[in-house]
Design a protein around this ligand. Structure first.
Ligand SMILES: [Cu+2]
Length: 161
């Protein structure tokens, strides 16, 4: 019984071709998966928020045409009632007392933990206050000389990503 190989050889060749094609597809899928994993880990590390320097200029100000006697309150306020930053930011506040000689003192004061800041300026003085915003929350700041009007709040938000 002589076997007819005329069909066996083409079948074997096409079988080998299919096997090679399957191996090639599997390899390319593995490569794609590895590539994707790599991209994911790179994207993740790039997207982690690192603190930035946030710089502000803060002045004493006053409410126009405010009758202090009638209201029984000082007319003094801060130029910024809110300072909003992200946790991890490095904060730089340039604080100015714009009073003429003989005018009032003004302070920038936060006693809420963990921030502990109390800077008082004489008329015409300015200073730079720096600190790291390492704790989220809402922290009132106020001038120890002008309550209840001269106050604001530092808002430290969670990192955006
Ligand atoms: Cu003040």
């Amino acid at each position: 019984m002589a076997r007819d190989y005329r069909f066996v050889i083409p079948v074997a060749i096409s079988g080998a071709a299919v096997a090679i094609a399957v191996i090639a597809v599997v390899f390319s899928m593995q490569n794609a998966a590895m590539q994707e994993n790599q991209n994911l880990s790179e994207t993740h590390s790039e997207n982690h928020y690192v603190g930035q320097k946030k710089e502000f200029w803060l002045f004493n100000s006053e409410i126009p045409e405010f009758n202090e006697t009638k209201m029984d309150m000082p007319h003094d306020v801060y130029s910024m009632p809110t300072i909003t930053v992200f946790k991890g930011d490095h904060i730089v506040i340039h604080f100015f007392n714009t009073e003429e000689p003989g005018g009032d003192h003004h302070s920038f004061t936060i006693f809420t933990k963990p921030y502990n800041i109390n800077v008082a300026l004489r008329p015409g003085e300015n200073t730079t206050i720096t600190f790291d915003a390492n704790t989220t929350g809402i922290f009132p700041y106020y001038c120890t000389f002008h309550q209840p009007t001269m106050r604001g709040q530092l808002v430290v938000e969670p990192p955006p990503y």
